[in-house]
Ligand binder design. Structure first.
Ligand code: GLA
Length: 371
């Protein structure tokens, strides 16, 4: 009798467990409290960080939520090749070691960017065109080879080449386009600087059999006019028989201006071009304009921000056949570049974890797929 009761109890327990497993989608992912596991069927979940913060004790627990990492600065040209004959890989290599320790992938960011913070001082506005293009080839080739594809699964080959000026006759930023933030790469070499970078990246990746996707990365991609210019550039590159695998939509958004319809349209337009999509630098500012100042993040603003986060991850899930990676530009609100941009020394709270390293409403919102 006792044996029979035990047998029925065991059967009941198995049935209950099976029912529970089926109810939550049959997998550990669906029920997980870990962000990247929750998104295992959708896309990679990334964070960006700088070298000084990499080993911050408070961050180590947060890293469990991510399966992709980006070096905020340390893989840029000026950082790893300060002059033509000297490399400085030590900090960048520390990221690769950390990625291996965490068993996660990395986005390589970024091979060619005109910004003064990223350009080594052996290149300047009087560098001749031939010489600039040779430097680009050497840098792209050596950098891709150095890091290989142990952890790197994508490289931003060119960053921010497109003008913000809707009235410019050229799609590219240059000292003549009138939008500020000129690219002296374009001034010197025209479109050839972009073509050379992508041509070399493809050659290096293919000759060395590397499993790495090649991306163009830029901001304001929700803006139709700027997006059209980026698409035109990508078509020009491809028309030369050169590979561009994906678009990096930076995703520096704002709770006051973000529109789901625009974000969705941007993704759809890029998919229509046959591009893979990564959201590469996601953060959501809560400030309305440059005059806005706040002593603390209010619950209302945090909720408004959570709605934007929810919308972004929901749209990305909808297109997850093509959206393969979503990276937040930072880990927690204690450190964000938005504390100094566009206004110096103004606190902002743009990320998924707060200043005391706890998940914010935005985190809860993207963990909830029910609405
Ligand atoms: C741009 C670049 C990034 C970074 C941010 C500011 O978006 O692509 O690498 O420099 O600006 O942190």
């Amino acid at each position: 009798m006792k044996k029979l009761a035990k047998f029925f109890l065991a059967i009941t327990m198995v049935i209950t467990q099976l029912g529970w497993l089926m109810a939550c989608g049959g997998g550990k992912e669906a029920d997980s409290k870990v962000l990247y596991e929750k998104y295992a069927d959708y896309f990679k979940i990334g964070f960006a960080i700088n070298y000084e913060l990499l080993d911050l004790p408070e961050y180590q627990e947060i890293y469990k939520h991510f399966n992709s990492m980006t070096a905020e600065n340390e893989m840029k040209w000026a950082y790893i090749r300060p002059n033509a004959y000297q490399t400085s890989y030590q900090k960048a290599d520390a990221f690769v070691a950390k990625a291996k320790e965490l068993n996660i992938g990395m986005r390589g960011h970024a091979l060619v960017w005109h910004h003064t913070s990223a350009v080594p001082n052996y290149i300047n506005s009087s560098t001749p065109k031939d010489s600039l293009l040779t430097h680009i080839e050497n840098h792209v080739d050596a950098t891709i080879k150095h890091f290989g594809d142990d952890v790197i699964y994508a490289w931003d080959v060119v960053n921010e080449a497109i003008t913000d000026n809707d009235n410019s006759s050229s799609i590219y930023r240059s000292s003549k386009d009138g939008s500020g933030g000129a690219s002296f790469f374009y001034d010197i070499a025209g479109e050839d600087f972009v073509l050379t970078a992508f041509r070399q990246a493809q050659k290096t990746v293919e000759e060395n059999n590397l499993n790495i996707k090649l991306f163009y990365n830029d901001y304001n991609m929700n803006n139709q006019a700027k997006r059209n210019r980026a698409i035109k550039m990508i078509r020009n590159i491809r028309a030369q028989g050169i590979r561009v695998d994906g678009i990096g939509m930076q995703g520096h958004y704002n709770i006051h201006t973000y529109k789901e319809s625009e974000f969705k349209k941007a993704i759809q337009d890029f998919i229509a071009e046959g591009l893979e999509v990564h959201i590469t630098e996601l953060d959501i500012s809560i400030h309305k304009d440059d005059n806005s100042r706040l002593a603390a993040l209010t619950p209302e603003l945090e909720e408004a921000q959570a709605r934007v986060y929810k919308s972004i991850y929901k749209v990305c899930r909808e297109f997850s056949k093509h959206v393969t990676s979503v990276t937040t530009w930072g880990v927690a609100d204690d450190h964000t570049w938005l504390d100094n941009f566009p206004v110096k020394n103004r606190k902002n709270w743009p990320l998924l974890f707060n200043e005391t390293y706890q998940p914010k409403k935005g985190f809860e919102a993207i963990m909830d797929f029910s609405s």
